[in-house]
Design a protein around this ligand. Structure first.
Ligand SMILES: NC(=O)c1ccc[n+]([C@@H]2O[C@H](COP(=O)([O-])OP(=O)(O)OC[C@H]3O[C@@H](n4cnc5c(N)ncnc54)[C@H](O)[C@@H]3O)[C@@H](O)[C@H]2O)c1
Length: 272
């Protein structure tokens, strides 16, 4: 019987591929037989080289291209390189992004202290850093009449979280863009083109370590509040996103587009 969840032989392009989540995700897709193209900033090349060595040692296929998701000219060059090498793109994971300490409002500050330039940069990276790669790489999908795009949203896109002002605004816009794009792609290029978002809950990663842990490694008051509001009572592990991502990338989600897959141990559903 055909494996509905198979991604074998698919060309999977991931931005932010050398980050905490990306490093786990690219290894998984390569292990599942996908050809993985890792896109990230030039400075992450050493991380990429180590990931590729591990993937190749396990019999998988991956390559790295330096990029900047906010620079369309560089993305165009990436596109040309990918098309020359594989001739198609089946899955686009828009994971480049993240929170920025300067775009937050600390407990000692108020909204009148907000650094608007930092909020703009955060929006540029998370929102336009999703829109621009899609404008470039989805051209292959439009020609193929097939492809799955997965945008990285966040818990803060669904309900605003205190402090992370800029990040929440940007990720909420990513969700709106995902829903908008679902109709745009399907109506103009057919039902083979899909776009969804994943909204990961709280993971303890480098991105949020200063918000969630004290210098001595103990949990902050904010962490205790989060865990008290999470039915699972714990932070999630990056590996716990893999099944949902593979589902969205594969034919198993053939009729799923414009949705946000919430993977959060129950945080968003929980009231009291
Ligand atoms: N880790 C979490 O707890 C969590 C939770 C919810 C959502 N997310 C989202 O998931 C995605 C990945 O998160 P992560 O924890 O792996 O973050 P991370 O900071 O570890 O990785 C992000 C990657 O994006 C890259 N990047 C930054 N600017 C870039 C640019 N201009 N062009 C190309 N690449 C660029 C960085 O080099 C880095 O490798 C992000 O969009 C993040 O907002 C993360």
């Amino acid at each position: 019987m055909k494996n509905l969840f198979s991604v074998e032989g698919r060309v999977v392009v991931m931005t932010g591929a050398c980050g905490v989540l990306g490093s786990t995700i690219v290894g998984h897709f390569a292990e599942q037989g996908a050809k993985v193209v890792m896109l990230d900033l030039e400075r992450t090349r050493p991380i990429a080289e180590e990931l590729i060595a591990n993937i190749e040692a396990a019999g998988g296929e991956a390559c790295f291209l330096a990029t900047d998701v906010m620079d369309k000219a560089i993305l165009e060059q990436n596109y040309a390189d990918i098309m020359a090498r594989y001739g198609r793109i089946d899955v686009l994971l828009n994971a480049a992004g993240g929170n920025m300490p300067r775009a937050t409002v600390s407990p000692e500050q108020t909204i009148f202290d907000l650094d608007v330039d930092a909020v703009k940069f955060c929006t540029d990276l998370n929102l336009y850093g999703t829109i621009l790669p899609t404008m470039v790489f989805a051209r292959a999908m439009a020609e193929q009449r097939s492809g799955s795009i997965i945008n990285f949203a966040s818990e803060s896109a669904l309900r605003p979280l205190t402090r992370v002002a800029g990040y929440g605004v940007a990720k909420a816009a990513v969700v709106n863009w995902t829903k908008y794009l679902c109709a745009e792609l399907a109506q103009k290029f057919g039902a083979g083109l899909r776009v969804n978002a994943i909204a990961p809950g709280f993971l303890l990663t480098n991105q949020n370590r200063t918000l969630l842990t004290n210098p001595d490694g103990s949990l902050t008051a904010r962490s205790h509040t989060i865990l008290a509001h999470t039915p699972f009572g714990r932070f999630l592990e990056p590996e716990e996103l893999l099944g949902t991502l593979q589902w969205l990338a594969s034919d198993a989600s053939k009729a799923v587009t414009g949705t946000v897959a919430v993977v959060d141990g129950g945080f968003d559903a929980f009231s009291i």
